[in-house]
Design a protein around this ligand. Structure first.
Ligand code: ACO
Length: 417
C-alpha cells in the first residue's frame, strides 16, 4: 500500500474485528459525506456486516479504508443461484485518497473471494468510473420514470378486475411478500436470493429517505388467501394554483402473474390527489411500458445497476446455461486477476455447459470485463464487438456466442447493497 510522509504510512490492511466496527463504519459514513444514519439503519447494517469478509485499512489507530463482501446468492441465466461476493461499504478517507488504498483493498478482496471458491463478485458503484480497472463491468441496468398519470392511460389484461388488493402494514405481510420474492428469483437473472436479515432492508423507512413523503405504505394482491404480489410506496402530497399534484414514489413492486402486476400498476396510477408516479431502478423490460398509452409522457431513462466481475472464468461460465448451442474458444485477458487469462473453450446449451482450458485457436478475443458485462444476458457480445471491445477471429463465432449469452428476460437487481 502506498505511503505518504505528510500523514504517515498506512500500516495495515486487515480483516475487520467486530470490536472495530464503529470506527470502521464511521470512516465509511464520512467517505459518503458524513451525514449520520438513523439508529435503525445503523443497527441493521451492523447486523448485516460480515466482519470476517470485511477489510479495514489502518493508519496507526485510525481507520482510513473500508470494504466488505456480503455472502450473496445471485440468479443467473438458466435459473441457477450462485454464490457471489456482494462487494460493498467501500470507502477511503479523503486524507488518504488516491494513494492506492482502494487498489490494495480490491487486490486483497479478489484474492480472498477466489480462495473462498466464489466464482463471481458483484457491486453497485457510487461512481461508474471506479471499478472497471478491477475487472468489473455494468451487467444490469435500471429503468426510472416519472409517469404523468394525469395523462397516461393504462390498458390492463382481462382478469385484472379479479385481483383483490388491500392495504397492510409492511411488516404484517412480510412473510407473504418474501414468498413472492423467493418465487421470482430463479426466473430473472441478476436477482439475489434473500439471505437472513435482508428482508428487513425493504422495511427500512427512515425519515431522511422520505423527502416530505408519507411513511412507507404497502398494498398486497391476494388470490385464494395467498399473496400473489405487493407494492411498497410513499405518497408525497402536493398542491399548486390548479389543484393537487401529488406524487406516488414507488420503492418496490413484485407480482407472480400479469394480472396481479397490472392490478398493482393500475392502483398506483389511480391514487387520488396524485398526478405523477415516480419509479426507480425497475427492470428495463418492466411490463408497465407495454400497457401505457404514451411512453414519452413517462419520461423513461436508464442507469447502470449491477457490476459483475468474473473471479473464476471457467466456473462462472460453466454455472449458467445458454439459450442456444455454443461452442467457442475465448481468448481472455485479465490484468488484475491473471489466473483467468488465456484460452477457454465454452461448450453449452440450454441444459448445461462446460468451460475448460484449451490450446485450440482462439475464436473471440475479449477481456474479462466484456465477459462480466455479457454474463447475465443484459449486454450483447455483438454490441460490445460493434464498439470494438470484442474481436471475432473465426467467422460466425460472434453471432453464435452473442445469441447464446442472451436472456429472454432482462437481468435486474431489485435493490442496492
Ligand atoms: C461498492 C461500493 O461500495 S461503491 C462506493 C465507493 N466509495 C465512494 O464513492 C466513497 C467516496 N470515495 C472514496 O472513498 C474513494 O475516493 C474511493 C474508494 C472511490 C477511491 O479510493 P482511493 O484509495 O482514492 O483509490 P486508489 O488510490 O486506489 O485509486 C486507484 C485508481 O482508481 C482511480 N480512481 C479512484 N477513485 C476514482 C473515481 N471516483 N473516479 C475515477 N477514478 C477513480 C484513481 O485515480 C487510480 O487510478 P490510477 O491507478 O490510474 O492512478
Amino acid at each position: 500500500m502506498a505511503n505518504d510522509s505528510a500523514t504517515g504510512p498506512v500500516t495495515e490492511l486487515r480483516v475487520l474485528r467486530q470490536d472495530d466496527w464503529d470506527p470502521w463504519y464511521d470512516t465509511l459514513i464520512r467517505a459518503f459525506g458524513g451525514v449520520p444514519e438513523s439508529t435503525e439503519e445503523r443497527e441493521l447494517w451492523n447486523a448485516l456486516t460480515e466482519a470476517d469478509r470485511s477489510l479495514g485499512a489502518w493508519d496507526g489507530d485510525s481507520c482510513v479504508g473500508t470494504a466488505g463482501a456480503f455472502s450473496f446468492r445471485l440468479s443467473v441465466p438458466g435459473g441457477a443461484v450462485l454464490p457471489v461476493a456482494g462487494v460493498t461499504m467501500v470507502g477511503v478517507s479523503a486524507t488518504h485518497r488516491r494513494r492506492g488504498v482502494l487498489t490494495a483493498m480490491m487486490r486483497r478482496q479478489l484474492d480472498d473471494i477466489r480462495s473462498w471458491g466464489e466464482p463471481l463478485a458483484a457491486l453497485t458503484a457510487s461512481e461508474p468510473a471506479i471499478y472497471g480497472r478491477f475487472g468489473y463491468a455494468a451487467a444490469t441496468f435500471g429503468l426510472s420514470a416519472e409517469i404523468d398519470t394525469g395523462r397516461v392511460r393504462l390498458s390492463v389484461p382481462s382478469g385484472t378486475d379479479d385481483v383483490r388488493l388491500r392495504y397492510a402494514a409492511p411488516a404484517d405481510v412480510l412473510d407473504g411478500c418474501e414468498a413472492v420474492h423467493a418465487r421470482l428469483v430463479p426466473g430473472r437473472p441478476g436477482m439475489l436470493a434473500r439471505q437472513p436479515g435482508w428482508e428487513r432492508v425493504g422495511l427500512l423507512d427512515p425519515e431522511s429517505e422520505r423527502d416530505g413523503a408519507s411513511p412507507l405504505q404497502c398494498v398486497v394482491a391476494e388470490r385464494d388467501g395467498e399473496v400473489t404480489g405487493y407494492a411498497r410506496f410513499r405518497v408525497k402530497p402536493g398542491w399548486d394554483v390548479s389543484g393537487h399534484n401529488g406524487t406516488v414514489v414507488l420503492t418496490e413492486l413484485a407480482g407472480l402473474d400479469p394480472r396481479t402486476r397490472a392490478a398493482l400498476w393500475r392502483f398506483l396510477f389511480g391514487i387520488d390527489l396524485t398526478t405523477t408516479l415516480s419509479v426507480r431502478g425497475r427492470p428495463v423490460d418492466d411490463d408497465w411500458q407495454y400497457l401505457v398509452s404514451d411512453l414519452r409522457r413517462c419520461r423513461p431513462r436508464l442507469r447502470d445497476s449491477l457490476f459483475v466481475r468474473l473471479v473464476d472464468v471457467g466456473a462462472a461460465l460453466e454455472a449458467r446455461t445458454y439459450q442456444a448451442p455454443v461452442d467457442v474458444v475465448f481468448e481472455v485477458t485479465d490484468d488484475f486477476c491473471p489466473w483467468n487469462a488465456g484460452r477457454w473453450r465454452l461448450t453449452g446449451d440450454a441444459k448445461g455447459a462446460s468451460c475448460t482450458r484449451t490450446e485450440d485457436a482462439p475464436e473471440l478475443a475479449l477481456s474479462v470485463r466484456e465477459l462480466g458485462a455479457a454474463y447475465l444476458g443484459g449486454v450483447s457480445l455483438a454490441s460490445l464487438a460493434a464498439a470494438g471491445r470484442v474481436r471475432e477471429l473465426r467467422g460466425g463465432a460472434l453471432s453464435e456466442a452473442a445469441v447464446a449469452f442472451g436472456s429472454a428476460v432482462a437481468p435486474w437487481l431489485p435493490h442496492g447493497f
